[in-house]
Every structure is written in structure tokens, then in C-alpha cells.
Design a protein around this ligand. Structure first.
Ligand code: ASP
Length: 340
């Protein structure tokens, strides 16, 4: 498939008004054809877990953590097992979680020895607020105190990412965090231009529970072959994730751009002002691409999922494909990666 340049029109869609419901994503980029089955498998497993939790009457917060745990544990995505590797050949993981009813949130960045960073972030949601955002070694020590198992970073690495790393190192690619552009070190949907050919399989979930409360969670391995220590948008509250009493959102895409425009919180404000989730998401993504004009940088593309307090879900993306899915009691589960 030939995607032409990166200025694809925004693609968006919505789910109708529903009760307890959820939306998920597994990244927005030029997902290669031969990786689609694995993406759909991961999405469907996560939706099954989300459905189970919602039908059991669990809180939105528990649902998003449970669902993102499944996505992190699936090797198709750039999160948890299967994450991309940095220039040292190691995964560095970021995650954020937020409860819309209390605005309590937690986030971690740059952790390497935790298989499910979303669970570590959720421990911080429940803290009394001394620490909400922890990084690196301190976050890993906190994980041990919270009773989370220590994993060797090697156990998070899959062959696909080892090969990508070797290819990027061999090509001496300076695939820095300020541009997902250039070599992808691997396969992508043919014809995709630089920014969208780099793997961006961040995962996320937004949920509305039976009590009408919202929550959001996002988890990522960040950008391939990036500098150790680089942090994108995913663990930044209001940028890569957000939930309040009006809306819950999770973002994916070029982290430096997304955090600059505080994509999730600003889109939530638009939804609170009456905009429909799909339209608000599409408009903010389009605006981000128009506004970010850093010299030499690729177009600022990405994807968003959003859910309003009334149960209307929406998604939008400006990339060739976006792995996404949802579940509502009436409509059941669906998952797809293509533009519509
Ligand atoms: N937004 C993530 C980051 O910049 C990457 C992605 O969405 O795949 O770290």
C-alpha cells in the first residue's frame, strides 16, 4: 500500500452513547501488513479482559490498569514485553494512569526492570500525593517496596526489536527523540514516509464504569534507538494521558509534539465545552500537525482515543494506520487497524 506523504487527512470515528464501556489503542503508525494479525490478537485479548472487568462491576481505574497490563504483556506492541530498544540496546519504559473522579494520577518513566509499568504507576495513584511521578532507579526501588517482581531487562526484549536495534546500529542511525523521522530499522507499510515508518506501538485504554466514573492509562517503550534518558509524552499528565469528570483520553505518536501541545488535557477541555470526542480529537491532532513547525522535523502525527462521561467514544489519527478497539454492552467488541 502506498501512503504517499505524511499529510494524510485525519481519520476519525465514534461509538454511540453507551453505559460502561472502554476504548483501547496499540499505537498509530504505518503498521506493517504482516504485523496486523498480532496487533489484532493483542487488542482482542485486552478487550476480553476489559469486558470481564467491566461486567464484574470494577472501577474504571481498575479496568484501564487491567487492560493495559494485557497490552504490555503482549509482544506485538511497543510497551512492556516487545518494547523498542534505546541506543544502549535496552528497553526503557514509561506509563501513566489517572482517575477522573479524583484527578489522582501516577506515572513512571525510564524503568527497565518492571514488566508492567502501568501497575507501578497505579501504586502512585493510590499514594497520598507525596510522589506522583517517579523515574529510573528510584521508581524501580519503589516497585520493589510495592512488592512488584524484578525482571531482568533481557526478558522484555523480543527478536523483532533486537533485529531493529542491530539494523539501526549498523546504519549508524541517529534516530533521536526529537524526530521519529529517518530510518525505521525495519519494516513498515511500504510507502510510509519517515515519521510514520518508525514503530510507535504505545498502548492505552480509557474506560467508563457503572458509576459513571472515567479513567485513562497509557504505556510505552518510547522511541526506537533513542538516547537513554529520553522521555516522551506518555507518562506526562495531560499530554499522553488524562481523565477528569468530563472525559478520559490516551495519546500515541510523536511524544515531543504531543507534550508540547498537552494533547490529552486540551482535547478534554474541548469535550467538556461540548465537542464530540471524535471531532475534538481530530481537530486537536490536525492543529498539532499545523502548529508544530520545528526546523528539519517531520510532520507531528499521532492518534487519540477519547471517551466522554456520557459514554460517547471517539478516536482519531493522522498516521497511515492506528491499532484500536472498543467494547460496549450493546455493541460488543471490535478491533481494527485500517483507515475507514
Ligand atoms: N508517544 C510515545 C513517545 O513519544 C511513542 C508512541 O506513541 O509510540 O514516547
Amino acid at each position: 500500500m502506498d501512503w504517499g506523504d505524511a499529510h494524510l487527512p485525519v481519520c476519525s470515528g465514534s461509538t454511540p452513547l453507551a453505559g460502561p464501556s472502554l476504548l483501547i489503542h496499540g499505537g498509530a503508525w504505518a503498521i506493517p501488513d504482516d504485523e496486523i494479525p498480532a496487533h489484532l490478537d493483542g487488542l482482542n485479548r485486552a478487550l476480553a479482559r476489559g469486558r470481564q472487568l467491566l461486567e464484574r462491576g470494577e472501577s474504571a481505574l481498575r479496568v484501564v490498569v487491567g487492560v493495559v497490563t494485557v497490552l504490555e504483556s503482549h509482544p506485538a506492541f511497543d510497551a512492556g514485553v516487545g518494547a523498542v530498544l534505546d541506543r544502549d540496546g535496552r528497553p526503557q519504559l514509561d506509563a501513566g494512569v489517572m482517575d477522573g473522579s479524583s484527578l489522582a494520577w501516577g506515572a513512571v518513566a525510564g524503568v527497565r526492570t518492571v514488566a508492567n509499568p502501568v501497575q507501578l504507576a497505579s501504586h502512585l495513584v493510590h499514594s497520598s500525593g507525596q510522589a506522583r511521578f517517579m523515574v529510573g532507579e528510584g521508581a524501580e526501588r519503589f516497585a520493589a517496596e510495592a512488592g512488584m517482581p524484578h525482571v531482568e531487562p533481557e526478558r522484555l526484549i523480543v527478536a523483532r526489536e533486537r533485529e531493529r536495534f542491530e539494523a539501526l546500529r549498523a546504519s549508524n542511525s541517529f534516530h533521536t527523540s526529537d524526530a521519529f523521522s529517518g530510518a525505521s530499522g525495519g519494516r513498515s507499510a511500504s510507502g510510509a514516509s519517515g515519521v510514520d515508518s518508525a514503530p510507535r506501538g504505545t498502548v492505552g485504554c480509557v474506560a467508563l464504569d457503572a458509576r459513571g466514573q472515567l479513567a485513562a492509562a497509557t504505556s510505552t517503550g518510547g522511541a526506537p534507538y533513542t538516547r537513554p534518558g529520553r522521555v516522551g509524552d506518555s507518562p506526562i499528565v495531560g499530554s499522553g494521558f488524562w481523565a477528569d469528570t468530563s472525559a478520559a483520553l490516551s495519546a500515541t505518536g510523536w511524544g515531543e509534539a504531543i507534550s508540547t501541545v498537552q494533547l490529552c488535557a486540551r482535547t478534554a477541555d474541548a469535550i467538556a465545552s461540548g465537542a464530540a470526542p471524535a471531532e475534538a480529537s481530530g481537530a486537536r491532532l490536525t492543529q498539532m500537525r499545523e502548529q508544530i513547525r520545528w526546523p528539519g522535523a517531520s510532520p507531528a502525527t499521532g492518534g487519540l482515543i477519547s471517551l466522554s462521561a456520557s459514554g460517547v467514544g471517539g478516536w482519531a489519527f493522522t498516521t497511515p494506520r492506528m491499532a484500536r478497539g472498543g467494547w460496549t454492552p450493546e455493541g460488543g467488541a471490535w478491533a481494527c487497524v485500517e483507515r475507514e
